[in-house]
Design a protein. Sequence first.
Length: 119
Amino acid sequence: MTPDSDPECIFCKIVGGQIPAAVIYKNDQVTAFRDINPQMPLHVLVVPNKHVANTEVLEPQHDALVGAVVRAARDIARQEGVAERGYRLVINTGRDALNTVPHLHMHMLAGRAMSWPPG
Ligand code: AMP
Ligand code: ZN
């Protein structure tokens, strides 16, 4: 059993309310807050309340949690009024993807037309 929270983790501290963030959505499994360095008109991070490092450590026991993160992102898109135009959901893992915070998080990016592939 891994602990639900890592006392050194910045996103665990946001989930626990120990450091401030612009939280726009919360339920018993998921918290979402505005990215401090937004890359799009709407840039939200959707995180599990429980500390999970990244996609490399996911086990079948996490399936419901990952589903809850994706559905929360969908609900936030509706809440923020971008569901019809569209949005992009991104999870970065590892060095090549420039993952910096070791607490699983899904970026929700929206608010303008995007290009593909990403840089
Ligand atoms: P990643 O590169 O996928 O690990 O993304 C980490 C993201 O967390 C970056 O977009 C940062 O701007 C964002 N971030 C880091 N610290 C905070 C914070 N205290 N509040 C909100 N967003 C943060
Ligand atoms: Zn954490």
